[in-house]
Design a protein around this ligand. Structure first.
Ligand SMILES: NC(=O)C1=CN([C@@H]2O[C@H](COP(=O)(O)OP(=O)(O)OC[C@H]3O[C@@H](n4cnc5c(N)ncnc54)[C@H](O)[C@@H]3O)[C@@H](O)[C@H]2O)C=CC1
Ligand SMILES: O=C(O)CCC(=O)C(=O)O
Ligand SMILES: [Mg+2]
Length: 368
């Protein structure tokens, strides 16, 4: 199915500290026009503008053959017409097939639905891929962490099907389908095969949600046993997985999860390796791929303060370049980013420094 998932193809020097090459689906890659790819750029809310500016500056400096088509979308209630913005973004992504995206804010009210979720559903970018790996130079309590989260991105607890039956009684539907579970399971196993990973763990709560999570658990196990006998498959209850993740994360290789457990585990994963500013991510469908920071934080509290860590966005952009087959550009940019982090002289406050986003970006530029 995902025949074009790239093998780890990084140079030996990068191997120990780079994330795996990323999955791409068997959909045709975007076409180049005038020698360049057009990529939809959605800076998003909070720190989005600052961290995507950092990527744009780096791409320009390196001469990456990518032209950005910028679309402003905001989840902030005050900011313009949501329906028009999201339609424009979806049309652009459908045209370009590929996007780089910051995170869109969702108010905690009963009215405004998540635009992030709407975009993922509309494009059917069903597989969220988040890479949790220690970065040399970023000190963490636990070491040698290197696991991948494959999260179902379009159903589960994020289905948004809720109603109040009578005042004080709310029903919230979690949808799990065999079809969508099979495809996320195959994505996880294909990714394992192509990236030399050996173990897929299905995360669930089948002891309580016997039908929904029972279906998820059993389907992953069945697909593993029948189609991927060379990959080991285990399952683990989500509560225990959370505990294991903060005590013995080295046991995990690939976790395949329903939607909400993936969000929670991506946050745990980010905390393990240094925070939300460091973890890259991507969303794949059959036709489209959208790259965005893996644990999807908005960072409204630090907006326009020039302190955001752009690493997650930069590494998401290098995943995107690998998806486009622009590996040499990806290698140069990720190497420079890792070098700056390893040296530790210039670092943003989230990882213990006092440098600005601009200074961090300049330090990367100086390595290129
Ligand atoms: N609140 C929202 O509108 C949305 C929330 N989410 C989800 O909700 C959960 C938590 O989100 P929030 O409470 O909004 O978290 P948040 O955006 O407030 O971030 C939490 C903390 O991390 C810091 N942070 C985030 N990005 C950073 C960066 N690049 N560099 C340095 N520091 C950074 C922030 O300053 C903040 O202190 C996550 O699972 C996220 O995926 C996802 C999309 C929208
Ligand atoms: O879009 C949102 O507001 C929240 C979504 C979320 O937590 C996630 O996608 O990880
Ligand atoms: Mg989340």
């Amino acid at each position: 199915m995902f025949s074009s998932i790239a093998k780890r193809n990084l140079t030996q020097s990068l191997k120990t500290r780079s994330f795996a090459s990323v999955a791409s689906t068997d959909a045709g890659l975007p076409k180049k026009y005038g020698g360049k790819y057009t990529v939809t750029l959605i800076p998003g809310d909070g720190v989005g503008k600052e961290i995507t500016s950092s990527v744009q500056e780096i791409f320009k400096n390196v001469g990456v053959p990518v032209e950005f088509e910028k679309i402003d979308v905001s989840g902030l209630p005050s900011d313009g017409k949501k329906a028009d913005q999201i339609t424009e973004a979806v049309e652009s992504l459908k045209r370009n097939k590929i996007g780089l995206k910051g995170i869109l804010y969702t108010p905690n009210d009963a009215i405004n639905k998540s635009l992030n979720v709407a975009l993922r559903k509309e494009l059917d970018i069903f597989a969220s891929l988040v890479l949790i790996k220690n970065i040399p130079g970023v000190d963490t309590k636990l070491k040698d962490i290197d696991f991948v989260l494959v999260r179902e991105n379009t159903e589960g607890e994020y289905s948004g099907l809720e109603h109040q039956s009578v005042p004080g009684v709310v029903e919230s539907l979690k949808i799990v389908t065999k079809y969508k579970t099979e495809r996320i399971a195959r994505f996880a196993f294909d990714f394992a095969l192509k990236n030399d990973r050996k173990l897929v763990t299905a995360i669930h709560k089948a002891n309580i949600m016997k039908l929904a999570d029972g279906l998820f658990r059993q389907t992953v196990k069945d697909i593993g046993a029948s189609e991927y006998p060379q990959i080991e498959v285990k399952d683990m209850i989500v509560d225990n997985s959370s505990m294991q993740a903060v005590s013995w994360p080295q046991q995990f290789d690939i976790m395949v999860t329903p939607n909400l457990y993936g969000s929670i585990l991506s946050n745990i994963g980010a905390a393990l390796v240094g925070g939300p500013g460091l973890v890259p991510g991507a969303n794949f469908g059959r036709e489209h791929a959208v790259f965005e920071p893996g644990c999807r934080h908005v960072g409204l509290d630090i907006k326009d303060k020039n302190v955001a860590n752009p690493t997650a966005m930069i590494l998401s952009s290098t995943m995107m370049l690998r998806h486009l087959g622009l590996n040499s550009y990806a290698d140069v940019i990720s190497q420079a980013t890792y070098d700056v982090l390893k040296e530790g002289k210039i670092r943003t406050p989230d990882i213990g420094g006092n440098s600005t986003t601009t200074e961090f970006t300049k330090a990367i530029l100086s390595k290129l």
